[in-house]
Write a protein that binds this ligand. Structure first.
Ligand code: NCD
Length: 327
């Protein structure tokens, strides 16, 4: 309702960010645009007063129907650093608990005058449905197994920061691919930037069909590790498993956990990544999470600047602030 002039960027009218494909027909160019903006917001984040007036007068609401630590805090920090007002909708203490429908909830929130809705939900497709009802910009902060586009953007940013261009790099994504929205968004983003992706998992943790996925598949982590530039580990999404897909966590760790012995097979420059939350001792050994090549904390740090870039792309045009970071 109070959504200001829709943002116009080089890749057309980016109204919402629901999936990596929304970044435009040329996904790589869309990602580059976010990365370039994020560079300036990293610079802002390093200042003693890390704040710019870019989104003064705009309101961002975070609507999380699923648990989150870093994504929620990261979006809220990003919005505040852009001087937006932030509304925090806590599902557990809201009228959703009294049976209010999703549509009524969205209408109520919009009636208060918001410009962007950041939404996380356990069901795939909910952010797209909300985008059809809402006039504000909708950002997908993770929907079921489907997508988590800002996670992929911050991962691309972190890899580029450490290793430069992703083109020609080999990235292994290891673990519960089947239930991972992070894997789906990352595969789309990494391959759009020219990286080669191998998914490494037991057959039961892969989707029933990988047709159309631009990836190689391996069940042998030990064989893949020496060939990669990035080893990206995933948490076992037990909240999305309704049957026993692995014999035991101990067996999973024995075959697919990044133990210290396995980490020593990585090339000297290879990065160890994880979207968090980590289950130390399961998919990643405690010591490996603190390895000098582990960039897990950089991922979190970069997440704020990358989300500032996304919020600015969606809401920034039409603001009085013209992009001068010293304003
Ligand atoms: C991920 C998520 O929620 O999809 N976490 C995150 O956003 N950093 C991955 C996970 O929960 O394992």
């Amino acid at each position: 309702m109070s959504r200001a002039a829709s943002a116009s960027n080089r890749h057309g009218d980016l109204r919402n960010l629901l999936s990596i494909a929304d970044l435009g027909p040329d996904i790589a160019a869309g990602i580059d645009e976010v990365m370039t903006l994020a560079d300036s917001f990293v610079e802002v984040s390093e200042r003693a007063n890390p704040k710019v007036p870019a989104l003064r007068g705009r309101t961002v609401v975070s609507l999380f129907f699923e648990d989150s630590t870093r994504t929620r805090l990261s979006f809220e920090t990003a919005a505040k650093r852009l001087s937006a007002d932030v509304m925090n909708f806590s599902v557990n203490t809201s009228s959703v608990k009294k049976g209010e429908s999703l549509r009524d909830t969205i209408e109520t929130i919009e009636a208060m005058g918001v410009d962007a809705i950041v939404v996380r939900h356990a069901s795939a497709g909910v952010p797209r449905q909300i985008a059809q009802w809402a006039t504000s910009a909708v950002i997908n902060a993770g929907d079921g197994w489907h997508e988590h586009p800002t996670q992929a953007l911050l991962d691309c940013y972190t890899i580029r920061q450490r290793l430069g261009d992703l083109a020609g790099r080999h990235i292994a994504i290891v673990g519960d691919i089947k239930h991972s929205r992070v894997a789906r968004s990352n595969i789309a983003a990494f391959t759009a930037l020219g990286a080669e992706v191998t998914v490494v998992a037991p057959p039961t943790l892969l989707p029933p069909s990988l047709e159309g996925w631009p990836v190689k598949v391996s069940h042998d982590l030990d064989a893949v590790l020496p060939t990669v530039d990035v080893c990206y580990l995933l948490r076992m999404q037990r909240e999305r498993m309704h049957e026993a897909l692995i014999p035991s966590l101990r067996e999973y760790t024995a075959l697919f956990g990044l133990t210290e012995a396995r980490a020593s097979k990585l090339a000297d420059h290879a990065l160890i990544m994880h979207p968090g939350p980590m289950n130390r001792g399961v998919e990643i050994a405690a010591q490996v999470a603190d390895h000098p090549n582990a960039v897990i904390i950089d991922q979190v740090r970069n997440g704020v600047a990358v989300r500032m870039a996304v919020l600015f792309l969606l809401l920034g045009s039409g603001t009085a602030w013209g992009g001068d970071l010293d304003a």
